[in-house]
Design a protein around this ligand. Structure first.
Ligand code: SF4
Length: 63
């Protein structure tokens, strides 16, 4: 699974980091940054939770 983050849509709510703190960190302005586009085995559910929790729909996944 791959995960994608549209930084232009991010408003810094932080829901992604709460769902998968190993996959989403923050820049100096408080906006989300992807640690890696490759979702490690076993982290698919946490990343999928981040997708549905992001209020801006800034996170998407692909196979
Ligand atoms: S939940 Fe969405 S809007 Fe909030 S910080 Fe994460 S990517 Fe940005």
């Amino acid at each position: 699974m791959k995960v994608h983050l549209d930084s232009s849509m991010c408003q810094g709510h932080g829901q992604c980091n709460m769902s998968a703190p190993d996959m989403f960190i923050f820049d100096e302005q408080g906006f989300a940054v992807l640690v890696s586009e490759d979702v490690p085995s076993g982290r698919e559910a946490a990343v999928s939770l981040a997708v549905v929790r992001c209020p801006e729909r800034a996170i998407t996944t692909s196979p």
